[in-house]
Write a protein that binds this ligand. Sequence first.
Ligand SMILES: Nc1ncnc2c1ncn2[C@@H]1O[C@H](COP(=O)(O)OP(=O)(O)OP(=O)(O)O)[C@@H](O)[C@H]1O
Ligand SMILES: [Mg+2]
Length: 362
Amino acid sequence: MGQHLQAIYDTRVAEGLLRPDPAQRAALLRLEELRERLEAPQRKGFLSRFKRAEPAGKQGLYLWGGVGRGKSMLMDLFYAHVGIRERRRVHFHAFMQEVQAALHEARKTGVDDAIKPVADAIAKDLRLLCFDEMQITDIADAMIVGRLFEKLFDAGVVVVTTSNRHPSDLYKDGLNRQLFLPFIELLQSRLEVDQLEAMADYRQDRLSGEPVYFCPLGTAAKKKVDAIWRDLTGGREEELCLEVKGREVHVPRYWAGMARASFWDLCGQPLGPADYLALVGAVKLLVLEGIPRLDASKFNEAKRFVTLIDALYEGHVRLIATAEDEPERLYLEGAGSFEFERTASRLREMQGADWGTGRDQP
Ligand SMILES: Nc1ncnc2c1ncn2[C@@H]1O[C@H](COP(=O)(O)OP(=O)(O)OP(=O)(O)O)[C@@H](O)[C@H]1O
Ligand SMILES: [Mg+2]
């Protein structure tokens, strides 16, 4: 058995990588308990079927709280050190996309209950599932998660998840919400629900006072953004795929609520308000690289850029950008250059040290 998670945390504090936070330390105790249970020798055969009737009765942890409190960081620390192979860490949204695709396939075979084979396939050879950012906005997801998770829990899978909301606030005001309520009950009965009341929004802390808008474009700007990205993500990233009205929008680089893309990825392609809103729903911070100076010949790109910034602004998404010039000089002539003034002003405001705070419960 490895070092206690709190000891690993303390080392990071001593190294100056983390600031000491009692609430985070306390959450690690819960995670350490789970880890020890998972690492304990498994009873084979008949008895193992009873593994869900374990003493604490709980089968995992639901860690929720405001943005930047360190939930993903703690879960990643746990995940990296739990000494079992049968485990998976996945962004909740990506997981549900996989599930919907698998259900679609299973239904083609004409089975009565498509959820069962899909849940069986997920639970096979899996003892721990870690989800980052549990949130439910899609009715198709809302209608199946109850039965899906019941099967996963029954198969003995331990679940650790982060979320910005308490379980009882999931899918709030969603369509047919009464059909979703059993899922909330299931989460509350199977998981320990813990609010992480950490002292600060550490993401904000890491950025405040630091410049977040870099121009002109070039090696200097790129190096600065690379360093910020490395600091925030710890050097990890994956692809994020958003499904919007049946289409797929790929965000090349993503980690724990943060995305990184180029101006051309987001504004050089025929994307629209729905795509940008989906992005805003999935991230709390965006690194947008390579905003060029625009003119009348780039009217479409400029228009998309305005829409993107409006969506980010309304959604209080933190923006870190590299650009060819200062906001006010990005689009001087061409249709809509007057309206662009609002965009420039928003870009300025979004550079403020405490902009984007207070977004804890959207
Ligand atoms: N105690 C700490 N000291 C310094 N930095 C920290 C501390 N805790 C977390 N961080 C850093 O703050 C940033 C935000 O943390 P994290 O992503 O884990 O927050 P979160 O609670 O998951 O936020 P969200 O709800 O937005 O997903 C990360 O870069 C993380 O490494
Ligand atoms: Mg997170």
